[in-house]
Design a protein around this ligand. Structure first.
Ligand code: NAP
Length: 284
């Protein structure tokens, strides 16, 4: 990839962001697609967010990915927000349309594409159980609702946050109390871990998002964590013959949606996945 005066610039803003896999994934996509674009990471402290967005307009940066802690606050700084980003009150992708900045949220639909790709699962009419109610759970709940899931059941440590997230599910949302977890797990077609439990870099993890022995063969489980590639929960589920996937596909497919929004082209997802895996394997 050679950078010249006409190379188009995109990037990610967040803090901390230097560890982000997105530059590896998106630059692999531009290289594979033979496009004169480059993607970098802009470490952006919270107090610099407003100036950073002004800079995007001033410098003609073609687009941005947005990660923590800016996904919510950035909404107020944009010219237009897509319907789903507006509902979620969170943006993870900005497109610069001739100086007008439009915000999108590609996380939840990236998840839907990922389970379709990995497991061949269409979530329409399926019963889904989600553990967690943070940003990723919220975007997935919204997309599951839009995609016609039959039931969206949520378990979360903080009940108030679960109830807020369930508002995104419409009439198919259901709060699961402690004493109903095993029943909800047994009934679910798809179970999603949207908490960081399992991210810690230790072999002594005995804490699971939900007990693996509540699931069995025939069910599908997705852990949104992508580093490590396989978590203790995933390993325990695989031992029980539960079909299990990690979070890398969601990361790839939400990036693929951003690539499409910026360039108008379909993203080369397999090249993106290979680049991400190479990078993760080098780190571990
Ligand atoms: P977040 O907004 O901080 O939400 C975290 C959620 O996990 C909250 O519901 C929180 O419960 C719960 N939680 C945290 N620690 C817990 C614990 N020890 N026990 C029980 N519940 C706990 O985070 P997020 O952005 O949604 O991310 C969640 C996970 O998804 C992370 O592992 C992240 O790496 C992963 N992720 C993956 C992708 C991808 O593309 N694959 C994208 C985004 C995030 P409370 O409400 O009680 O605080």
């Amino acid at each position: 990839m050679s950078i010249s005066g006409s190379t188009i610039l995109v990037g990610v803003i967040g803090s901390p962001v230097k560890h982000s896999l997105s530059p590896v994934i998106l630059n692999a996509a531009f290289k594979e697609a033979k496009m004169d674009w480059v993607y970098t990471a802009f470490e952006t402290p919270e107090e610099e967010l407003t100036d950073a967005i002004k800079g995007v307009r001033a410098l003609g940066i073609a687009g941005l990915s947005v990660t923590m802690p800016h996904k919510v606050k950035v909404c107020a700084l944009l010219d237009e927000i897509s319907d789903s980003a507006q509902t979620l009150e969170a943006v993870n992708c900005i497109v610069n349309e001739g100086g007008k900045l439009k915000g999108h949220n590609t996380d939840g639909d990236g998840f839907i594409d990922a389970v379709k790709h990995d497991a061949g699962l269409d979530v329409a009419d399926k019963k889904v159980l989600i553990i967690g109610s943070g940003g990723s759970a919220r975007s997935i709940i919204h997309s599951l609702g839009e995609a016609g899931a039959r039931e969206i059941a949520v378990i979360n440590r903080t009940k108030k946050k679960a109830l807020d997230a369930l508002e995104l599910a419409g009439s198919v949302g259901r709060l699961i109390s402690e004493d109903k977890i095993s029943e909800a797990a047994e009934e679910a077609d798809l179970v999603i871990n949207a908490t960081p439990i399992g991210m810690a870099d230790t072999e002594e993890i005995t804490n699971f998002p939900i007990e693996p022995n509540l699931l069995s063969k025939g069910q599908l489980a997705v852990d949104l964590i992508y580093h490590p590639i396989s978590t203790p929960w995933m390993e325990a589920l695989k031992n029980r013959k539960v079909e299990t996937y990690g979070g890398l596909s969601m990361l790839i497919f939400q990036a693929a949606k951003s690539f499409k929004l910026w360039t108008g082209e379909e993203a080369p997802v397999e090249a993106m996945r290979k680049a991400a895996l190479d990078k993760i394997e080098k780190k571990t």
